[in-house]
Design a protein around this ligand. Sequence first.
Ligand SMILES: [Zn+2]
Length: 356
Amino acid sequence: MLKIEFCHEEVEPLVKMLGRKTGVPLVVNRMTGNVEKEEESQEEEESQEEDEWSEEDEWQEEEEQVEKGQEGEEGGQKEASGDETVNTPQDLLLKVIGDQSRHAKVKPGTTGAPFAQFADVQIIDVVDILGVENDVSGLGAVIALHEIWENYISHLPGGRRSQYGPAHKSAVEVERVISPLLIGQPGARVACSSIGTERVRPLALDMEHYFVMLTPRPMERRKKDGRYEATIRNRTLLESFTLAVPSLGRVNPTLINNVVARMKDEPLATARVTPLRLTAEDDATALQRAQAVRNALIVALGEDKYAKGSKDTDITLRRVQHEGEGADLSSYRPWVTSSALESDVAGVRVDVCKPS
Ligand SMILES: [Zn+2]
């Protein structure tokens, strides 16, 4: 089920947009808040269970992610489960809407982070999402479907919740499938960079083969058109580094100093880390090495707020420890490609790129 909590009218334009983009005719059932396929709405109405949602599901605080992550941990429910395969945007919506054992819950609101915030009831900034959809066709739909899917995956059958990490990871994987279909370009969000520390600041989403640049709109336009203007940008390669990584384990910080120095010069630059493997090695070993380099870069760039003040600043990021595996995907500047390249160097290639 896809359930809208409160302010159905505010979410209706978003539901309409998703209906248009996916070709699934959608309506919001005002009685239940459920999003339904249009032609079925009449018959379905009577069979809806009304009292399933309690007042406890009211506004969640900013710290929701961490709190819920811990709760999930205590409850022993770390992993998301169920059928997580999605082939098309239509598929995604129909799967969520048609599932009587699990649900996604969303409500409109303003979020600290752009567009949305993970919570029991996912908060989505409808104005922001529709704003970027106007600028880059398909982008708003991808973002909204990511959030809906993430919330759906986090609600396990039987009412338990998974941690943020596995749910976000599943949504990132789904994004990889649906974003070429909706935006019309291959690739998916793998990294994110920003300029400055303002709450609403320029952001670059690294989409693997291109960038989406999000620029704060003038203050007077934000209420109507959303906080960010979105544009598609090509990739500019700034510099490539080949690093030999001697052994698994702690990555020597001096090894990555040059990369970090280059990235500090260019706040919007992201780093694609390609695993390099020797002929005799398997991909997994090379991939592990690349993940260690990525983690070391994140820490050296000061991006991992969970790692600050902590001694264990390598291999396992604290965020992953708190929120579950997958929590670190797509929101930092360095990212790792899925396949390794054969090389005479056991290490990584790091390509520092920025939006042109
Ligand atoms: Zn997410």
